[in-house]
Ligand binder design. Sequence first.
Ligand code: PEP
Length: 254
Amino acid sequence: MRKKIIAGNWKMNKTFQEADELVESIAQGLKELNLSNKEVVLCPPFLYAEMVSDYAEEYPFSVGVQNVSEYKRGAYTGEVSAEMIQSMDINYVIIGHSERRAYFHESDDMLAGKTDRALAYGLTPIFCCGEQLESRKDETHFEVVKAQVVDGLFHLDKDEIKHVVIAYEPVWAIGTGETASKEQAQEMHKFIRKLLAAKYNQEIADEITILYGGSVKPDNAIELFAEPDVDGGLIGGASLKADDFIAIVDAMKE
Ligand code: PEP
């Protein structure tokens, strides 16, 4: 059975003290939940990853970061390598978030390189894809998502792709309060799984966790997560409030 995951992307938010309080509240809340067959991943800014990892030693969650360099090591000022991340016992890395694609001009080639680098160091990429509003309106959203998945991931072989988590995040639903309907989410997740089955095989496609992201809140999480191809969520805004995040984790049923 494929793994269900709820990942919180804190983006560039919180001071160190605020982050400490947030992770402590989330950690306490998680202790009260039944987390069998679901994994919670917190993705703080790099600077706080060690502090969050310290909590993860005692509480039931894993740690991820929000980016990784496509370069191995060396003179790349400001970059953080997969090797460094691995050496801090961090397991997940978000790759290709729409904000990085848009504001930092991350191309499909770069994202393919980052994915390779992450996998080479045993990190699980949470590979993001998703269309802009214009594509949804002119009904090219399937083509756009297909191109992102093919260009970013389909150079991987069968053993590698199994270690990737995909997050479908329609850009028009990120931080806007506008959520894809459960039907829109399911339709795209099923489409992505079909792409995986065609490229690899059905067994592999059925094993890969596909998350939905885009204004997931406690009040819409239950219906989104009940869809058969939605294996959890990548949560932005609501992951910054412990109560909301815990309620979303709880909404993911087995
Ligand atoms: C995100 O940035 O990955 C995201 C899904 O944000 P939000 O939940 O705030 O829409």
